[in-house]
Design a protein around this ligand. Structure first.
Ligand code: C2O
Ligand code: CU
Ligand code: CU
Length: 525
C-alpha cells in the first residue's frame, strides 16, 4: 500500500488528466470549454459530496439504545467485572439481521463504572473464534495490564487486568487491540465506555442520572451490504455512510426540557466528526478525554477524531426538537476529500432530541469544574520527535509510518525514564489528518504550530488530532509503572492506519541506560 495515496494526489492526477484531454487547439473555444467544465464539475462535485456523505432524510423512528451499566461485585476488597466478548447479531436496519460482535451482548458493551482508589479486576473472556485483546484507552495501568497486542487472549481463554484506579474522573473507553485486527474487531462492535468517578465529580452539581440526564453517545459510521457490515478500505481506512449511535440506526431520544449532559465518544474507525446541533445552538463542553476542563467552554461545535471523547451540557429548556449532527468541515480540501472518497467529516444526522416537560429544575451551569496545573516546557527532561507520514525508511509496505518506521512488535522504539516529564513533538508531514494517541498517560497540549492552546485544547488529552502540516507539542509526566519488558503503544487512532503499522512501542523503565543493550529486540511477544 502506498503511504501517500492522499486525496490530494488523486485530485492532482485527475486534474492533470483532464487538462491533457482538453489541450487547446483553438484558444478561445478552449477557454470557454474549460470554463464550462469547471462550472459543471464544480456543481457535480458539490452535489456528489452530499449524496456520498450525507444520510439526510432520516425519520428518527428508533429509540436510542442506552448501554447497560456494569458496577462489578466486590470480592475480597477488589471490584470484579466480567466482560465476555462474543459474536451476535442485531437488526439495525428494518428487516435485516447484521452479524456482529460485542461485550456481554450482541453489539458494543456495558458502560463500566469505576471509582478512583478502587482495586479492580477486569476479567475478559474471549468467546470469539479468533485471538483478541482488550485495551483500557486512557487508563493509567501497568503495561502488562494494558491489553495491547502483547496481552493476547486466545479463543476460549480469559485474561484478567488487575490494577488500582488512580486518576481523575474521566470518560474513558475500552476496545480490542490485536495487532492488524483492531479495526475489524471494533467495526464488528467490540467496544464500550469506561467512566471514572472521584470526589470532585461527586461534588459537582452536574446531571448524573444515567440514561435520563447523563447520556452516553457512542458515534460510529458503518457501511451496510444487504444487512451485513462491509469492511471496505477507502483511501486507506474504513468509512461508512450509515450512522449508528449506541448501535441505534436513525435514533431519537426523549429528554426532559432542561440541561442534559452527553458523554460523546467517537468510536469510528476513521471518520472525524464536527459535531453540533442543526439549529447551531450554543452549548458547553465540560470535559475532554482525560477529565473535566477548568470551566465550562461555550461553543457550538466539538471536533472529535477517532478515539476522542468530550462531555457537553446542552440546555433544552426551550422545548424545541433539535438534531445532533456532524457538519461538513469547512474548506476546499474537505470538500474534495468528501468527493473523492466519502472520507470527510460529512453532513450527517446523528440523533433527534425530543424534549418533554421537565420533572425537576435544571442544573445550573457550574462556574468551576476542575483545576488543571499547566506543565511548563522547562520541566521536560527531553523532547522526542514523532513524525507522522512521509516515506517509510528503507522502502517497504505498510503505514503511513511514524518516524519513518512501521510497527514491529519485536522492536522497542522509545525508552522513557520513570518519573520524567517529556515533550513529544508530533509533526504531520503526510497528506491526511492523524489522531495521535499515547497509552498510559494523559497529556497536555503545549502548543500547536507555535501557538499556545485555547478552549478544549486546554484539557487533559490522550488523543490529539494533527492535520497535515501541523506540529503539535504535547507534554506529559511518566509517573508510574516501570516495566523493562512490556511496552506501551503510541499510534494513530485511525484504526486502519494503526493496523497497517502506524504505531510504535515505548518502555517505561527506572534506568534507561542499563537497558540500552537489550532494548532492540523483545523476547518473543
Ligand atoms: Cu484506543 Cu492503542 O488505543
Ligand atoms: Cu489507548
Ligand atoms: Cu493516521
Amino acid at each position: 500500500m502506498s503511504t501517500d495515496s492522499t486525496p490530494w494526489s488523486v485530485v492532482r492526477q485527475k486534474a492533470e488528466k483532464w487538462f491533457r484531454a482538453i489541450k487547446p487547439r483553438r484558444p478561445k473555444r478552449a477557454v470557454m470549454g474549460l470554463l464550462m467544465i469547471v462550472l459543471l464539475s464544480g456543481g457535480t462535485c458539490y452535489w456528489l459530496m452530499f449524496i456520498r456523505v450525507t444520510n439526510g432524510g432520516l425519520t428518527f423512528e428508533n429509540e436510542l439504545l442506552i448501554p447497560d451499566q456494569l458496577f462489578g461485585t466486590v470480592v475480597d476488597g477488589r471490584r470484579q467485572f466480567d466482560l465476555t466478548v462474543a459474536e451476535g447479531s442485531r437488526e439495525f436496519l428494518p428487516g435485516k439481521r447484521t452479524p456482529t460482535a460485542g461485550v456481554n451482548g450482541p453489539f458494543l458493551g456495558p458502560t463500566v463504572r469505576l471509582r478512583r482508589g478502587e482495586d479492580v479486576d477486569l476479567i475478559v473472556r474471549n468467546n470469539l473464534d479468533e485471538m483478541t485483546t482488550m485495551h483500557w484507552h486512557g487508563m493509567h495501568v501497568p503495561a502488562r495490564m494494558d491489553g495491547t497486542p502483547h496481552q493476547k487472549i486466545e479463543p476460549g481463554e480469559s485474561w484478567t487486568a488487575s490494577f488500582q484506579v488512580d486518576q481523575q474522573a474521566a470518560p474513558l473507553w475500552y476496545h480490542p487491540h490485536p495487532h492488524g485486527n483492531t479495526g475489524q474487531h471494533v467495526y464488528r462492535g467490540v467496544a464500550g465506555l469506561m467512566w471514572i468517578d472521584d470526589d470532585n465529580s461527586d461534588a459537582l452539581d452536574l446531571p448524573k442520572t444515567y440514561g435520563v440526564d447523563d447520556i452516553p453517545l457512542v458515534i460510529q459510521d458503518r457501511l451496510f451490504d444487504d444487512g451485513a457490515f462491509r469492511f471496505a478500505v477507502n483511501q486507506g481506512a474504513v468509512y461508512g455512510n450509515t450512522m449508528l449511535i449506541n448501535g441505534t440506526w436513525s435514533p431519537f431520544l426523549q429528554v426532559e426540557s432542561r440541561r442534559i449532559r452527553f458523554r460523546l465518544l467517537n468510536g469510528s474507525n476513521a471518520r472525524i466528526y464536527y459535531i453540533g446541533f442543526d439549529d447551531s445552538r450554543v452549548f458547553h463542553q465540560i470535559a475532554t478525554d482525560g477529565g473535566f476542563l477548568e470551566t465550562p467552554l461555550q461553543t457550538n461545535r466539538v471536533i472529535l477524531a477517532p478515539g476522542e471523547r468530550a462531555e457537553i451540557l446542552v440546555d433544552f429548556s426551550d422545548g424545541a426538537e433539535v438534531v445532533l449532527k456532524s457538519y461538513p468541515e469547512a474548506g476546499l480540501l474537505a470538500t474534495m476529500e468528501s468527493f473523492f472518497g466519502g472520507t470527510g467529516t460529512g453532513n450527517l444526522q446523528l440523533l433527534k432530541i425530543v424534549p418533554q416537560p421537565a420533572k425537576r429544575a435544571s442544573h445550573a451551569l457550574p462556574n468551576r469544574l476542575n483545576t488543571i496545573v499547566r506543565i511548563d516546557a522547562g520541566q521536560a527532561a527531553k523532547t522526542r520527535p514523532m513524525v507522522l507520514g512521509g516515506p517509510v525508511q528503507g522502502g517497504g509496505g505498510g503505514g503511513p509510518p511514524i518516524n519513518g518506521k512501521i510497527m514491529d512488535m519485536a522492536r522497542i522504539d522509545e525508552v522513557v525514564r520513570l518519573g520524567d516529564i517529556e515533550i513529544w513533538e508530533v509533526n504531520n508531514r503526510g497528506g491526511q489528518p492523524h489522531p495521535f494517541h499515547v497509552h498510559l498517560v494523559q497529556f497536555q497540549i503545549l502548543d500547536r504550530n507555535g501557538q499556545p492552546p485555547t478552549g478544549a485544547e486546554l484539557g487533559w488529552k490522550d488523543t490529539v488530532l494533527v492535520p497535515p502540516g501541523d506540529v503539535v507539542r504535547i507534554i506529559m509526566p511518566f509517573e508510574r509503572y516501570a516495566d523493562p519488558q512490556v511496552p506501551y503503544m503510541y499510534h494513530c487512532h485511525i484504526m486502519e492506519h494503526e493496523d497497517n503499522g502506524m504505531m510504535g512501542q515505548f518502555l517505561v523503565v527506572e534506568e534507561p541506560e542499563q537497558l540500552s543493550h537489550r532494548t532492540k529486540n523483545l523476547p518473543g511477544n
